[in-house]
Design a protein around this ligand. Structure first.
Ligand code: ADP
Length: 583
């Protein structure tokens, strides 16, 4: 969609606001055209001594009344129009947010957070200006131009009007050239601002790491470079915008000189009165606004177009995961993966290679294997953050892709290794997926996740703020809060992706045995590096380099012996380590 179409759509939906603003502008334009005529008429009356006494006061009163009315109408249109333009900003931000929340990891892997934030602020502002100021200045300017030129030609003298308009085609060419430059420079300025924003966002999120590595100076230097580049690009755009003014000035000066020359000649030959020439001069002065308006409109429009180009790229980017499924409820049942293969974009190595596993409803599957074996990828495919390139995943006999994303996401509770705490209280962080959960429910799941005692020891218990503006929880506490959060949803499938890596062995055991007691009949997939945590799982899958190399119960895998089983070997190593640690 082009910017013109976007704005036309919007104007159509808010036509009453735009129509009343346009009506008020029309009133202003009429009054503005009437004023010089009235002044010219008064000058002629004063020169011939006909305008005296009460008549003079009445005429002056009319002038004053018109001035006040113009003022009121100007306030009125601004109120109408800018309210509509702000609405446009809100709508754009809403659609941008909605789109971003539908996008998958592939999108966020290739886009920079700071730049996306810049789109929601700077770029939306630029489009908002194009739908507000630019639209109305354009309307007001063209209306005034038509009325003024019409009155100059038909109300005063068409020969004078013709001569006065001669320089304007040259000005139009200059405008065209300048606006092309403004477009390119504005785009550059928006991009540089995006870079700057990105650096700030990254620096603030990673401030601890930067300090720990002593990189503050280098980061400040980089900031100064980016800020300089952003300022430079903004300055270049402004420089080009500033060139509209001299173009208007030159055109008007030439018009004024030519019309005064011809006007003088006409007065000399009694074809024009001095009053008419005065009116004409005033009309010419009134052309300043439409000319400046044209320059202003063009620069706002070009800025808006540059911003819309960037915004629409993000809004139109296809979703990485198609959301065409129609099944709105998951029927929990067997989960089966058949011949799944998947590679991340840009990677030649498959992250999963011809993987087939079935998991009966209510079963517990442990997934183990060396780092980079594809364990998390398996979970991401189940969550439909990514789609397999080949193979089929079914849940309860229905292909995963046939469900709506909403249905799938509410049927799965996922706990990643590094869960996010939001700026809210611990209690609210647990109740995230079930707003309105009672305190008793929250405490019950916190007990299951073995984090209740830790929370009680926090300064304000469950009401302690955490996240960016609150206390910092330890990695293990965050993981357990996230498990409590997942348990509260009571989803039929729980995915723990190395979700207890920062918790000690004993607590991990305790939490997993709580899960087994509480989640009877519901499926759990647990990824863990600690094999002892998974010994009770119904089945254990060993992944290596994206392939399923072993599948069985703990005892079955151990029985294969350390020479033939990665699991048996790793189990032995971990047992030895544990006994050494105990000594
Ligand atoms: P595991 O969870 O077993 O440690 P992963 O499933 O995270 O392994 O990763 C499997 C392989 O895919 C690894 O080689 C990893 O480098 C690669 N990989 C993981 N995530 C991405 C990603 N977002 N983009 C590209 N490659 C990835």
């Amino acid at each position: 969609m082009t910017l013109t179409r976007l704005i036309l759509n919007f104007v159509q939906r808010h036509r009453s606001a735009y129509a009343s603003a346009a009506l008020m502008l029309f009133g202003i334009a009429l009054l503005t055209v009437w004023l010089p005529r009235q002044i010219g008429h008064m000058v002629d009356g004063l020169v011939t001594h006909q305008l005296v006494g009460a008549a003079l006061w009445r005429e002056l009163g009319l002038l004053l009344g018109a001035g006040v009315l113009i003022y009121l109408l100007r306030v009125g249109w601004r109120l109408k129009l800018f309210a509509a333009a702000y609405r446009m900003g809100v709508e754009l931000r809403e659609s941008l947010y909605a789109r971003l929340s539908l996008q998958g990891p592939r999108f966020f892997q290739t886009r920079r957070t700071g730049d996306l934030m810049a789109l929601a602020t700077n770029d939306v502002d630029a489009v908002e200006m194009a739908s507000g100021e630019a639209m109305l200045a354009g309307f007001d300017g063209s209306l005034t131009l038509l009325l003024v030129v019409g009155t100059m030609a038909f109300g005063v003298d068409w020969r004078l009007a013709l001569v006065a308009l001669l320089p304007f085609p040259f000005m139009a060419v200059a405008f065209w050239w300048i606006s092309r430059q403004v477009h390119d420079r504005s785009k550059e300025a928006l991009e540089r601002f995006g870079d700057l924003n990105d650096h700030v966002q990254e620096t603030i999120s990673g401030v601890r790491t930067l300090r720990a590595l002593g990189l503050e100076d280098r980061s400040s230097q980089r900031f100064a470079e980016l800020a300089g580049a952003a300022a430079d690009a903004g300055f270049q755009a402004q420089r080009w915008e500033a060139r509209y003014e001299p173009a208007v000035g030159i055109a008007l000066a030439v018009a004024m000189g030519a019309s005064l020359g011809l006007g003088g000649w006409l007065v000399w030959h009694d074809e024009l009165t001095v009053g008419q020439l005065t009116s004409f001069g005033l009309y010419l002065g009134q052309l300043i606004w439409p000319m400046f308006a044209a320059g202003w409109v063009l620069s706002l429009w070009e800025r808006g177009r540059a911003a819309w180009g960037r915004l629409s790229q993000v809004l139109d980017e296809p979703l990485a995961i198609d959301n065409d499924g129609t099944v709105a409820h998951v029927t929990p049942g067997e989960i089966s993966l058949r011949n799944i293969s998947f590679a991340y974009p840009g990677s030649t190595q498959p992250a999963l290679d011809d993987l087939s596993i079935t998991l009966p409803a209510g079963g517990t599957l442990g997934v183990v294997g060396p780092t980079g074996a594809g364990k998390s990828t398996l979970v991401r495919l189940l969550l439909r953050q990514w789609q397999p390139a080949q193979g089929q995943i079914e849940w309860g006999g229905v292909p995963l892709a046939d469900h709506t994303l909403q249905a799938l996401r509410s049927a799965m509770a996922w706990v990643p290794q590094e869960p996010i705490m939001f700026s809210a209280t611990v209690g609210e962080n647990i109740a995230l997926a079930k707003p309105g959960a009672s305190q008793a429910e929250i405490e019950a799941v916190a007990r299951l996740a073995a984090v209740h005692d830790d929370i009680q020891r926090l300064p304000q218990g469950y009401a302690t703020p955490v996240g960016e503006r609150g206390v910092t929880l330890s990695g293990g506490q965050r993981q357990r809060v996230a498990i409590a959060r997942a348990l509260l949803t009571d989803a039929p499938l729980l995915l723990l992706d190395d979700a207890l890596s920062a918790v000690d062995t004993e607590t991990e055991h305790r939490i997993l045995s709580h899960l087994r007691e509480q989640r009877v009949g519901r499926t759990v997939i647990v990824i863990s590096h600690r094999l002892s945590a998974l010994a009770d799982a119904d089945r254990i899958a060993v992944l290596r380099q994206g392939r399923l190399t072993e599948l069985g119960t703990h005892d079955e895998l151990l029985a294969r012996g350390t020479d033939h089983s990665w699991y048996a070997h790793e189990w032995r190593v971990q047992q030895l380590k544990a006994s050494l640690d105990a000594d």
